[in-house]
Design a protein around this ligand. Structure first.
Ligand code: SF4
Length: 617
């Protein structure tokens, strides 16, 4: 099966700590690059082309999901509604929910495409129907992204459609092979209604058809049957995000295939690339497919191997075929991936464990054809050039432990970002229990001596799935708020936020240390190098527009986001550029899981201490 879910009883790794092909490639390209993006969580600029690739892939999948036996060429994009899945990605059964293709009236055989050309006309029209809503969804996502960069008006819908049509044309060649191969070895089983254990998404439930496939014919295979039989598996665009993974039996690796053809009896894995394939990354794609061959093998009891690996470059319509690795090579790939997991994931490595040592660039012509390497270093175009020692930055401390801010009578001491800790465990008594949703109180008041604090439950489950509120919450109950995030609300009151790393339990173990609410340090000062600035805005539930601004800040010990309402930032914010050295005083702290964030309020202060050389533009 292309999807292998985690075994929750045995999974000690968890969904956020698995290795993936893209992480392995990022680390191999440059260990420091991996560190910045995965440990410090730097986010690269989100240019439209990244979103266009997802829209093209979605449109391809939606055309593949349609059937020329049920859906007319000019039907609306939602003619075949979304398929029902459980939250964890498991498909609902036909009994649990109705599936969109069940009950659709098949066209009469003479109303269906009678040739490859007719099938192509139908599929091309479907591509034109599915692409615009996919592009619109992606444009909305891009617009909401705090790291959005570039200009959406540069997106050429005609070029996007050409890429979708190229993918469909490659698929039609596969349909033709299936047609000429008389439907392949599975024709009779398919006609009888048998289904793969995890079939290609087609709007039908995963169970077999008891009365045969509704589009089954007799005698020679028809073009519509060939379309149905050869349909590859792909991630159903309506399945919950990130659930269609193949997870290594020992849970330390996961990958998500694009297309898997199975009609000929052995699987062929295809990776879709909405690009020309003429840059360094084309080398990564080859590694990625080799890794996927290993993943397929190990997730099939090491008894099955893929028979083909292909990269479809849709920006320069061409198929690059990759040699399938041998068993021995797959063993070596698996060993290498496990070693990387041990190195990078078992325990997070330190910055010094991830040196700024980039691999030389590789050269590729359109279609991913290897050519001479370009005469440039990886650092020249790296997004982190301005702050990394491989570029114009440094690992060293840029500011001393205290700075003299203009107008201040004394030096302002700075804290190391790496040791900022917004969490503490607090012992107390529940004083009141407020808003309850689905049986879980989301707001409570804690009393500790004469001090009080609000408890705000922002996540009802911990990262391992267990509840964050693990006590009968009633007035007078003695509790421990474990690893709560200390924040201050606009009235200056302490709010203990409970996220997936926190838990409210009965206070039964007096040996556990408790933090004194009175000792809470509300304000912090930090300083370092600006990695980038970002902005986000939207409209709240009440219809009121909101706008927030922030920056990613790095010092010699760590990195964190500093974020606040747009109006609260002083005028120096508008002058910031990546590489500037700043001090920021009077910040609150906040956190979500392992990410620590500083809160900039109207009482905070940003001061540029040293500026990078400005570009002449
Ligand atoms: S600037 Fe160079 S060394 Fe630094 S992260 Fe980028 S590629 Fe790696």
């Amino acid at each position: 099966m292309p999807v292998h879910m985690a075994d929750s009883q045995r999974d000690t790794v968890g969904p956020y700590n698995r290795m993936s092909a893209s992480q392995a490639n990022a680390y191999k390209a440059c260990p420091r690059l991996w560190f910045y993006q995965k440990v410090y969580r730097f986010k690269m600029p989100q240019i439209p082309v990244l979103f266009v690739g997802r829209a093209v892939e979605e449109a391809v999948c939606r055309v593949l999901r349609d059937s020329p036996g049920f859906v007319a060429a000019n039907s609306s994009h939602d003619a075949l509604g979304p398929s029902p899945y459980h939250e964890n990605g498991e498909p609902c059964t036909g009994q649990e929910q109705s599936w969109p293709a069940v009950g659709l009236m098949p066209f009469f055989p003479n109303e269906r495409p009678q040739s490859k050309d007719e099938l192509q006309t139908w599929a091309t029209q479907r591509a034109g129907v599915h692409l615009p809503p996919a592009l619109k969804r992606m444009q909305e996502q891009w617009e909401k992204d705090e790291r959005k960069a570039g200009d959406w008006s540069d997106v050429d819908p005609k070029r996007c459609l050409d890429m979708v049509v190229s993918a469909i044309d490659f698929h039609l060649d596969e349909v033709e092979r299936c047609f000429k191969g008389k439907g392949g070895p599975g024709l009779d089983a398919w006609r009888q209604g048998q289904r793969e254990a995890w079939p290609a998404p087609d709007g039908f439930p995963h169970e077999p058809f008891t009365a045969g496939h509704p589009l089954a014919g007799e005698g020679e295979v028809s073009w519509t049957e060939a379309w149905e039989i050869s349909r590859p598996w792909f991630v159903d665009p309506d399945a919950p995000s990130f659930t269609m993974n193949a997870i290594h039996p020992d849970h330390w690796f996961q990958g998500e295939y694009d297309l898997v053809y199975r009609w000929a009896g052995t699987p062929v894995i295809v990776d879709l690339k909405a690009s020309v394939g003429a840059n360094d990354r084309s080398g990564d794609y080859v590694d990625q497919l080799n890794i996927y061959a290993m993943l397929w093998h190990v997730t099939h009891q090491r008894a099955e191997e893929v028979s083909g690996l292909q990269i479809w470059y849709l920006g320069h319509p061409s198929i690059k075929t990759i040699d399938v690795p041998s068993l021995k090579e797959m063993e070596a790939i698996e060993r290498e991936m496990k070693e990387l997991w041990d190195l990078l994931k078992a325990e997070p490595p330190s910055r010094d464990d991830c040196p700024p040592e980039p691999k030389p660039m590789r050269g590729f012509d359109p279609g991913g054809k290897a050519t001479e390497a370009p005469d440039e270093s990886r650092c020249e175009r790296c997004d982190w050039h301005d702050v990394c020692p491989g570029g114009a930055g440094t690992d060293e401390r840029r500011l001393s432990s205290s700075v003299q801010l203009p107008g201040a009578s004394q030096q302002t001491p700075l804290q190391d970002i790496g040791v900022l800790n917004p969490r503490a465990t607090v012992r107390g008594e529940l004083f009141s229990v407020g808003y309850v949703k689905n049986g879980v109180p989301l707001k409570m008041m804690l009393k500790q001596g004469t001090n009080t604090a609000h408890i705000q439950v922002v996540s009802t489950s911990q990262s391992d799935g267990s509840p964050t509120v693990a006590v009968q919450a009633m007035k007078g109950v003695k509790v421990l708020v474990k690893d709560a995030v200390f924040t201050i609300n606009w009235k200056g009151e302490i709010v203990l936020k409970m996220d997936p790393f926190s838990q409210l339990v009965a206070d039964e173990d007096p040996s556990i240390d408790s933090f004194d609410l009175f000792d809470y340090q509300a304000k912090h000062n930090v300083g370092g190098t600006v990695v980038y600035t970002y902005e986000k805005s939207g409209v709240g539930k009440t219809g009121k527009a909101w706008s927030r601004k922030g920056l990613m800040l790095m010092d010699h010990s760590g990195a964190c986001k500093v974020e606040g309402w747009a109006d609260d930032w002083n005028h120096q914010y508008t002058m910031l550029e990546a590489g500037d050295v700043v001090a920021i005083g009077n910040l609150g702290l906040d956190a979500w899981a392992s990410e620590v964030r500083c809160d900039y309020t109207r009482n905070s202060r940003l001061q540029i201490i040293e500026r990078v050389e400005r570009s002449a533009a």
